[in-house]
Design a protein around this ligand. Structure first.
Ligand code: TXA
Ligand code: MG
Length: 353
């Protein structure tokens, strides 16, 4: 299959819209990560999405809409708190889980009787939904298991030849996927942390719970967001997080973490391995210059989130075999970032005194 590269110009959006209406697949930018879009109400399109990603089909897709009225077309019940969340955070990086109507095929929801809905704020995403007249099912546009794409080049690495078109809207703004909140539990529950934090949600609807499997991952408990159970975001090399036992950052801890990482680096190099270190910009001078990849700035979670997946993909590009990362638990987004980094590392952490 020939994969067309399109721009965000109106003409190209029309071409992409036409592909979607005919049941094809188009990758497009959102404010979080690039999505791999197909017609959410077509079982055939959803099957194509799973095939292109190589994704298990029990892992449900998010339905992207451009008008709040669409929620009422696909959700069976829309409680008042859903309306409050929509008013406060849409368009934007929040996905809301509600009971689904029959019109949403099982192929899209992985057989669940609920549906995940989000209204993205990226103008190209909104234009594509509006122009096509299609509600767009879109997982992140990466091959299953790889880091989510934050540029059109990342999408192209994974999807060229597998989908009809890619809309190149440049690098995305946020860099990690939307926050997911479920409104079908006893209490509103965060299933995936993201740019919209618990604090922001609680300011609008009061108490919000966090899915237990996010706090204490247990392979025997099935997460409420099926996607959270899979190894994810992982580079091909073996990634380990190295962090201070006592997480209050001070100079002594920064230097003991750096010392430990440099020791691991030496060990790896001695074994003939290609070793890469991930660290915030402020710490890059603590490591061998040609082996460190920087990931944003301390205290500025937004810069770390924006860089994280590109950094993990960079590790693959240079064929890193061993990767050691500092903890990137920094700023308001620290929790969401560490959720991704820990999954990418398969929860391998070395604690340093
Ligand atoms: O920011 C985002 O949300 C991006 C952009 C493209 O919008 N999309 C994205 O989709 O991250 P994906 O498919 O990579 O992740 C969707 C997550 C999965 O963990 C999936 O299990 C969960 O949402 N999910 C989808 N529908 C669900 C449902 N009905 N109940 C529980 N979890 C659901
Ligand atoms: Mg994904």
């Amino acid at each position: 299959m020939n994969t067309q590269i399109l721009t965000t110009d109106n003409n190209d959006i029309q071409i992409a819209a036409d592909i979607l209406r005919k049941g094809g697949l188009v990758a497009f930018p959102t404010e979080t990560v690039y999505g791999l879009g197909g017609d959410a109400l077509s079982p055939e399109s959803s099957r194509k999405i799973y095939a292109a990603k190589g994704r298990p089909s029990d892992n449900p897709l998010i339905v992207h809409i451009a008008d709040t009225s669409s929620v009422y077309d696909i959700a069976k019940e829309v409680p008042d708190i859903a309306v409050s969340l929509m008013e406060a955070f849409w368009p934007g990086p929040l996905t809301i889980i509600l009971p689904k109507k029959d019109i949403v095929p099982d192929e899209t929801t992985g057989g669940l009787n609920t549906v995940a809905i989000r209204m993205p704020s990226h103008p190209a995403a909104l234009a594509l939904i509006r122009e096509s007249g299609v509600l767009i099912a879109a997982p992140s546009a990466n091959t299953s298991g790889r880091p989510s794409p934050t540029t059109a080049e990342h999408v192209s690495e994974d999807m060229t030849g597998r989908i009809d078109a890619i809309i190149d809207g440049g690098p995305v703004g946020i860099g990690i996927e939307s926050t997911i909140i479920s409104l079908v539990e006893d209490k509103p529950t965060i299933l995936r942390p993201g740019f919209i934090t618990r604090k922001m949600l609680e300011a609008v609807i009061g108490e919000v719970a966090i899915d237990k499997t996010l706090i204490e991952p247990d392979p025997n408990i099935r997460p409420k967001a099926p996607g959270m159970k899979y190894t994810h975001y992982a580079p091909s090399g073996d990634l380990t997080i190295v962090e201070a036992e006592d997480s209050e950052a001070n100079e002594k801890q920064v230097s003991s973490v750096a010392e430990a990482i440099n020791q691991l680096y030496e060990n790896g190099v001695t074994q003939g391995k290609k070793v890469i270190i991930l660290a915030p910009e402020e710490h890059s001078s603590l490591y061998p210059e040609d082996s460190v990849i920087t990931v944003g700035s301390i205290g500025e979670g937004v810069t770390v989130a924006a860089r994280l997946y590109a950094a993990l993909r960079e590790c693959d590009r240079i064929e890193a075999e061993l990767i050691y990362s500092e903890s990137l638990d920094t700023g308001e987004l620290g929790g969401a970032i560490m959720n991704r980094l820990l999954k990418a590392a398969g929860h391998k952490v070395i604690y340093v005194k």
